[in-house]
Structure formats: C-alpha cells, structure tokens
Design a binder for this molecule. Structure first.
Ligand SMILES: [Zn+2]
Ligand SMILES: [Zn+2]
Length: 275
C-alpha cells in the first residue's frame, strides 16, 4: 500500500527506477502495475530500450522472458543492457492505432509523405516492428486512393495488420528478411489477392519482396527502420507502376528528419541523410 501511494505521487520514470531496484515486487504484482498504467500514461523512449533508453543487446540464445510492461512470458533473445525486455505487442500497440488512423484519414496518393507523417508521431519509435505494418498500410492506402477505391481500405488494412504481426522485431538480422521489405510483399499479396496457389499473383508478391530486400541489403547495415522503410516504399511505387500500371505519387529528395534518435545512423553514407 505504501508503494501504491508513492507510485501515484511521482512520475513513471521514477517508478520504473524503483521497479528496477525492486523488480520482484513489480513483476509479481500485476494489480499494482495495471493500476499505474491506468492512472499514468506510459512515457517511453524514442530509441534503444523503451523503458530506460539504454542500448539493446541481442544474444545468440533465445530465452523465456517476461515483458516489462504486460508481464506476459515470451521467447526472445533481445533485452537492454539493464535487463528490460518489452514484447512486440507492447512495443507497437500505440503505433498500430496511429498508423491505422492516419491511413484511413488520408486521401492523397503519396506513400512517403504518409509514412513520414506517421513517423512524426511519438508513438512510432526510431526502430521497431511497427514499421512492418507501416509499410503495407501506407502502400495499400495510396494504392486504393489512386484507383479511387478508398472504401476498401478498412478491410485491406485489417488484413495487413494481421499478417504483419507474424513479422517479428529483429527479422532483418535474424532471418535475413527485413520486415519493411516483407511489408511490400504483404502489400503486393493483398492488392493482387495472392495465395500460395496463385500463379502470376504469387510471382509478383515474391518478386516485390525480393526487389525491396535487394535494395535494402545493398544500402548496407546496420538496420535503420527509417531508411529501410523509405527504400521499400520507393521500390514498391516503381514495381506497382511497372506491373500493375498504377502510378502512385513518388516524393523526390527525401530528407530524413529522424537521425537524431538513431545511434547507428550512417550519416553521410545514407542516401536520405542531409544536414
Ligand atoms: Zn532498459
Ligand atoms: Zn508486453
């Protein structure tokens, strides 16, 4: 009880420090944790660990860990140097709402412009699996806007959201399969109605991912969810025009405005970097 009152009189940042020191109390007391979340909006970091902002470390072995926010157990090999693990769902939940809302309210045809307006929201972190949904969502939005079928969007975006959940955080490095690139395959599959038994649609969906992945890989590591998203979207715009004869708008001279939060930014080596 003493702790409950204390937690409600201080900021969540201090609260998390306390929970660090007495981790057992926090992780074993779901009620306290839920009460806190109800009264206090979660303040999270834009880069690195969502809880403390420290660097993430990736181990070779997968272990069962409890998410620091929802407390649910998950298998993962990622945590921050201070031992925080946050599951993909908690990492992306606010972001998913922002992505859906901005896409469903967008009436133009420029996927890069839409992607950047979404990325400007603090709900979208510098890196994270929300980009695996962001990519197909903005492409579907601008594709269906371009062919004047905006009314189909809620259904199509819901399918993309479901599929993107299977593309886990860290897919790029651990599966050789950047989630932004996979996002373009999800987009193409939905637009063409591809299934594993399709012929032309199957080919287009896999070619779409292949083209994006090649360009993303050629740009070199380490991963940057912004750079990889821009590359994937640009590839998808060209691919869509070539193979589906639908021409979305293509932003010229994309200037990244997010690099301040990227500890691994390539700076002048990145095609989207300008001072
Ligand atoms: Zn941390
Ligand atoms: Zn969680």
């Amino acid at each position: 009880m003493i702790i409950y009152i204390y937690l409600n009189t201080i900021g969540l940042e201090s609260l998390l420090l306390i929970s660090l020191k007495s981790n057992k109390l926090y992780t074993n007391n779901k009620r306290v944790s839920q009460t806190i979340q109800k009264h206090q909006p979660m303040k999270t970091k834009q880069s690195g660990c969502l809880i403390c902002g420290a660097d993430l470390v990736y181990k070779s072995a997968i272990e069962e860990k409890n998410c620091f926010i929802c407390l649910q157990p998950n298998n993962s090999n990622a945590e921050c140097v201070n031992g925080h693990y946050v599951c993909d769902t908690c990492h992306s939940s606010d972001a998913i709402k922002v992505i859906k809302s901005l896409c469903l309210n967008y009436s133009s045809k420029d996927p890069i412009q839409l992607a950047m307006s979404i990325m400007d929201s603090p709900a979208i972190k510098m890196h994270g699996p929300e980009h695996h949904f962001l990519v197909p969502a903005v492409l579907l939005t601008t594709y269906f806007n371009t062919i004047d079928k905006h009314n189909l969007l809620p259904e199509k975006i819901a399918i993309a959201e479901e599929r993107a959940k299977a593309v886990l955080g860290g897919f790029c490095g651990f599966y050789g399969n950047c989630g932004a690139g996979v996002g373009t395959g999800i987009y193409m599959s939905i637009v063409t109605g591809a299934t594993p038994l399709s012929i032309r649609e199957w080919k287009l969906s896999n070619l779409m991912t292949a083209n994006s992945l090649r360009m993303i890989a050629e740009a070199g590591g380490p991963r940057c969810c912004k750079r990889d998203t821009f590359i994937a979207i640009l590839e998808a715009i060209d691919f869509t025009e070539t193979h589906l004869n639908v021409k979305m708008q293509k932003s010229e001279n994309i200037r990244c405005r997010y690099f301040d939060n990227n500890k691994q930014c390539l700076f002048s080596e990145c095609m989207f970097y300008t001072t």
